[in-house]
Design a protein. Structure first.
Length: 170
């Protein structure tokens, strides 16, 4: 698609007019409440899920530590993703549910800010690091765990408006 035929929303915002990587200038944007939710899962052997459920993992409270790791990671997203703006987050939450049908854990992260740029990357970073923490804490008993399904579920606020992901199987 030529540049002349490209809609404004179709261009990559982190590239300048020469095609070089560039941090987006948000100086002229209005401050609004922005919220994003992301999800992911860790599939594991039923026995591994039972160990986690029963609090028998050798490294300790898998769910609690994964939750804290996700929150900490969201707060440092700008240090991990090169062109992200540092944000003063109003809220970051990580929920972790056991799912016998998976079998494994389903993780959801929500991030909220009053600011000039969105929090999608913070929500995605939180859920990603929480999933990695689950893997790290249980890998001694199950190296075949699978991390997957990491995606943005919803976002609201800002000039681009709201987004809701379509349903999909995990």
């Amino acid at each position: 698609m030529s540049d002349a035929n490209r809609k404004a929303g179709d261009r990559l915002t982190h590239l300048d007019e020469t095609g070089s990587a560039s941090m987006v200038d948000v100086g002229d944007k209005s401050e609004t409440v922005r919220v994003a939710t992301a999800e992911g899962f860790v599939r594991m052997k039923p026995e591994t899920l039972a160990l986690i459920r029963d609090g028998q993992a050798k490294k300790g409270d898998v769910v609690g530590i994964a939750r804290i790791a996700g929150i900490m990671a969201a707060k440092r997203t700008h240090e991990l993703i090169p062109l992200c703006h540092p944000l003063l987050l109003n809220k970051i939450g990580v929920e972790i549910e056991m799912d016998n049908a998976l079998p494994g854990l389903r993780l959801t992260a929500i991030a909220r800010v009053s600011g000039k740029t969105g929090v999608e990357m913070e929500a995605l970073t939180a859920v990603s690091v929480a999933c990695l923490t689950v893997y790290d804490m249980a890998k001694a008993v199950d190296r075949e765990m699978e991390i997957g399904g990491i995606r943005l579920l919803t976002k609201s606020g800002g000039k681009s408006g709201d987004f809701q992901a379509g349903a999909r199987d995990a």
